[in-house]
Write a new protein. Structure first.
Length: 138
């Protein structure tokens, strides 16, 4: 039995199978120009933090065309992100070296500056931190 034709056929099958699962050269969008959303004043004054997770549709020129909110801790954070999102510029996604439209997930976190101050609030030495059984509750 001549095994050379069989070996050649097996090699060809392996090469074709490898081509079927090979993915084209792809790159996701990159954000070189990030605009910080303004902190909603009402929430910052109350030291309320939160986040918005959104799917952004980006065209082949790197511009945001649509924002789809996936989750948000407060509607004012969503409004803040919406106020700046169309100023973002991306290096567009590519497929086989060519720019293409794509979507990406972006998380916007809002951490109030007052939160650090509030977490280390000293307790007045004259007042107990928690009411004791002998102290009247206020």
């Amino acid at each position: 039995m001549n095994r050379k034709p069989l070996a050649a056929l097996a090699c060809a099958a392996l090469l074709l199978a490898g081509c079927a699962v090979a993915r084209p050269n792809e790159q996701n969008p990159i954000t070189p120009h990030f605009v910080q959303p303004p902190y909603p004043t009402e929430l910052e004054e109350e030291a309320i933090g939160g986040q918005v997770i959104a799917r952004l549709d980006i065209d082949a020129r790197g511009r945001v065309r649509a924002m789809h909110v996936l989750s948000a801790t407060h509607p004012l954070f969503v409004r803040s992100v919406e106020s700046v999102i169309y100023q973002f510029r991306y290096i567009p996604a590519t497929r086989n070296g060519r720019p293409v439209a794509a979507s990406t997930i972006q998380t916007f976190r809002f951490i109030p500056e007052k939160a650090a101050d509030l977490s280390i609030t000293p307790v007045n030495a004259e007042q107990p931190a928690t009411p004791s059984p002998s102290s009247p509750a206020r």
